[in-house]
Design a protein around this ligand. Structure first.
Ligand SMILES: [Zn+2]
Ligand SMILES: [Zn+2]
Length: 475
């Protein structure tokens, strides 16, 4: 039993005692020297709904040398996340089609006894005899093979929808439904857009759009690209997709969520679309608010991503869009690659960086310490907002207290006494902790981050899923 005395509830400010009766034995892990039981004075710590991330790449199947479901889920728990949405650019892609033998990753799927990637990922725990520390949902490809040529066949994946009848589904299928559609890594291509939007409406899901398309360039076009001698990506490559999809949302009423928005002009377009009442939402990622393209000069390809880090003016516009509510939520776009791959130079190195294990600290330092938003708002952007986007119900700590704790000078939230303990997902945060990002200490397999050595503030100390402790760095 872990008892945290005098912990503050994130939104009401009430100071309570938290009792976590159990660790989840098969899922629990901890950092060196951390504990899972005992009584601690948690004065100054904050209790919040678990973080959720609708944008992670776990490279499983097909590229498990970069990351696996096990290492990705451990990285999530250690970053304070309780639920993540796994993007479909696996190998083979998560498109609902039967795998073709000989494709990379096909053997892993076949060896586990499945013939499509959605089934394989839903049954990952059973197939590998492991327990994954966090919850996850799946995102299906917009196009077959994520190749952009033909929309995926809804009849192939309809059975995985949260609204599909539960009859005949096993516990794993119920736990890991398909909740969104995306071709992340690429924007949905023009010829299939109408069909994808039709699938989106018919399935009741939402489209997660990688709103960036460029045929040339490797980094943001500007003084930095010229200094590096690397071909540039114009700033309007994002807006073109954003504007196209806003027009479609207006025309068809289809719900579109824009991933990793990075430019002032795109934020302006989204701001206007929202004012018009269109069903669009957007996220940005920690790197777009913390870094601009000048970071390429310092971090090299560790600052190469898609969309690229843009100008300092765009970075400031990103922060302004977070502050004024244009940005609905923060997502990491956790994108593991090996350092050897990242060493290939600006043209050849793959795009993307990992983010789950330092997202809160980086965002807290820039956004809260920078005076742009409050602690409470940052927690909303990383927990309740993404949770609702994904169709979940975030844990309401104040409501739990009202139903389970008697009136007293100081109330106790005893997780063994709540009505539906299986639904309670929480994170314990030290919003003031100053710490140095050390990629070597990450639970992810990957180390590709420009934030190594950064002094940041704010750290998750414990992650609780289904009322049980799954991760601790409490000492
Ligand atoms: Zn993307
Ligand atoms: Zn992505």
């Amino acid at each position: 039993m872990l008892t945290l005395r005098n912990i503050k509830v994130w939104d009401t400010g009430e100071v309570i005692d938290l009792v976590v009766p159990d660790t989840d034995a098969g899922r629990f892990f901890h950092e060196d020297g951390a504990v899972s039981d005992g009584e601690f004075d948690a004065t100054g710590l904050t209790l919040a709904p678990g973080f959720e991330d609708p944008h992670v790449h776990f490279r499983d199947p097909g590229q498990t040398y970069k990351e696996s479901m096990v290492s990705g889920c451990r990285a999530s728990a250690s970053g304070g996340y309780t639920n993540v949405l796994v993007m479909p650019n696996t190998v083979p892609a998560m498109d609902g089609e039967p795998i073709v033998d000989g494709e990379p990753g096909a053997d892993e799927v076949r060896a586990a006894g499945y013939d499509d990637v959605i089934d394989y990922l839903q049954h990952y725990e059973a197939a590998h005899d492991v327990q994954l520390p966090v919850r996850y949902d799946l995102c299906v490809c917009a196009s077959k093979g994520r190749a952009g040529g033909e929309a995926t066949d809804l009849d192939r994946w309809r059975r995985h929808l949260p609204t599909a009848p539960a009859d005949g589904k096993d516990e794993y299928q119920l736990a890991h439904p398909v909740t969104a559609i995306s071709d992340d890594g690429s924007a949905v291509t023009e010829p299939i857009l109408d069909k994808v939007l039709e699938n989106t409406r018919e399935s009741g899901l939402y489209l997660i759009e990688h709103c960036e398309h460029h045929d040339v360039g490797a980094v943001n076009d500007g003084p930095v690209s010229r200094k590096l001698g690397v071909p540039g990506i114009p700033e309007d490559t994002e807006l073109r997709i954003v504007a196209r999809d806003i027009a479609k949302a207006r025309e068809t009423g289809t719900r579109v969520h824009f991933q990793h928005v990075s430019t002032a002009i795109s934020f302006d377009a989204i701001r206007k679309a929202k004012a018009e009442g269109l069903p669009v939402t957007c996220e940005t990622a920690p790197h777009y608010l913390a870094l601009c393209d000048e970071a390429l000069l310092e971090y090299g390809t560790l600052a190469k991503m898609n969309p690229p880090l843009r100008s300092e003016a765009d970075r400031r516009a990103t922060i302004a869009a977070i502050a004024d509510g244009t940005v609905d939520l923060l997502a990491t776009d956790h994108a593991p690659h090996t350092l050897d791959e990242k060493d290939l130079g600006f043209l050849e190195a793959p795009n993307g960086i990992i983010g789950l294990e330092c997202a809160y600290g980086v965002c807290h330092k820039v956004l809260v310490d920078g005076g742009h938003i409050s602690d409470r708002r940052l927690i909303e952007l990383m927990s309740t907002a993404p949770s609702r986007l994904m169709g979940h119900t975030p844990t309401d700590v104040a409501a739990l207290l009202n139903t389970s704790s008697k009136c007293a000078v100081k109330r106790t939230l005893d997780l063994s006494a709540v009505e539906h303990p299986e639904n309670v997902d929480l994170v314990v945060l030290d919003t003031d902790a100053a710490w140095t990002v050390d990629p070597e200490a990450f639970h992810s397999k990957a180390r590709n981050t420009p934030f190594g050595g950064w002094q940041v503030t704010g750290r998750p100390l414990a992650t609780i899923i289904g009322s049980k402790l799954v991760f601790s760095r409490i000492k």
